[in-house]
Design a protein around this ligand. Structure first.
Ligand code: 13P
Length: 334
């Protein structure tokens, strides 16, 4: 492992007022996103859309890193420049999603475990040659009656920790993503209890697997009630509950916590992040690693048409700028 490499990457990723753009949708997920705007998910359309994202003028002002998918890291812009090199040249660090998605976890009632540990070291080495400096692995926890089970929590925490240790052994910064889903009608208090149990298990496993906390990024969900729960929480309630859980579970050695958006609207995700950052100081940098909350408005502006590229890029830039302000707690909420 090269600590120097890990240190260099983490310093590039954690820049005050900057966050990450998750553009690592798997083939199935991007197909769903494209279907919402009536665009067919072909190789060419996926390339065109990712080129739109990555060539957005001045995106590096607010985005320090982009997470790519296996297909995307091997694609190039129309100019012939490979996407990872194009990003690096514009001052953005390329990263890669390395998990292989969810599969049923035997012994549970329809809970899941994330696959992808087999051959991971070799895949990471190959991605590193293509330019990847950091990686992402997502574990998923559902809140329902008697869920998540202890088995799902323990197994997913162990898997996340093994992935993170393998990344660091190759000089790649791991993003550790334990996502507690918003699906359901659970209360904010229930989400807080589940998130606490999950994060405790994750940090216990990271310790057993000798992961160096200083060279990782945590990508959690915010603590929020289920989508079907009424009434919805106030912005300050979400900020308070999220910080309470994080302060009880995440060691100060972790340099940055970059939230996922998890299906919140772009404005809700941004306002929550801003509220979280108005309650400082905290031991960690608190930023974003959004996919939907950054991409949805951009995707809808694009509609698969060349003529809309500049307008869609402006929307992405503006969204990144708002979230940058939210990282500093300086968003002006109307
Ligand atoms: P969302 O912001 O859409 O939740 O996606 C983040 C992500 O990278 C999921 O793995």
């Amino acid at each position: 492992m090269s600590r120097q490499e890990l240190n260099h990457t983490i310093n590039q990723l954690i820049s005050p007022g900057k966050g990450l753009l998750a553009a690592d949708e798997s083939s199935g997920t991007i197909e769903k996103r494209f279907a919402e705007i009536g665009v067919e998910s072909t190789v060419d359309n996926r390339q065109a859309y990712r080129e739109l994202l990555f060539t957005t003028p001045h995106l590096h002002e607010f985005i320090s890193g982009v997470i790519l998918f296996d297909e995307t890291i091997k694609q190039s812009a129309q100019s012939g420049q490979a996407f990872p090199q194009l990003l690096l040249k514009s001052g953005i660090v390329p990263g890669i999603k390395v998990d292989k998605g969810l599969t049923p976890l035997a012994g549970t009632n329809h809970e899941s475990i994330t696959e992808g540990l087999d051959g991971l070291a070799q895949r990471l080495a190959d991605y590193k040659k293509l330019g990847a400096q950091f990686a992402k692995w997502r574990a998923v926890f559902t809140i329902a009656d008697e869920q998540p089970s202890s088995l799902a929590i323990i197994e997913n925490a162990q898997t996340l920790a093994r992935y993170a240790a393998i990344c660091q052994s190759l000089g790649i910064v791991p993003i550790v993503e334990p996502e507690v889903l918003m699906e359901g009608n659970h209360t904010l208090e229930r989400c807080a209890r589940v998130s606490t149990a999950v994060l405790q298990a994750v940090f216990s496993a990271l310790s057993v697997h000798q992961v160096i906390l200083e060279y990782m990024i945590l990508k959690p969900s915010m603590v929020i009630s289920g989508k079907d729960h009424q009434p919805q929480d106030g912005v300050m309630e979400v900020a308070r509950a999220t910080l309470t859980v994080l302060r009880r579970t995440v060691p100060a050695a972790v340099p940055s916590i970059n939230f996922l958006s998890g299906g919140q609207s772009p404005s809700a995700a941004c306002e929550h992040l801003n509220a979280i950052n108005t309650r400082g100081p905290q031991p960690w940098n608190l930023s974003f690693s959004f996919a939907r909350a950054l991409q949805e408005p951009c995707l809808h502006a694009w509609q698969g048409k060349m003529d809309n590229v500049a307008a869609a890029q402006k929307i992405l830039y503006d969204g990144a700028k708002l979230n940058s302000a939210a990282c500093l707690g300086s968003l002006h909420v109307k």
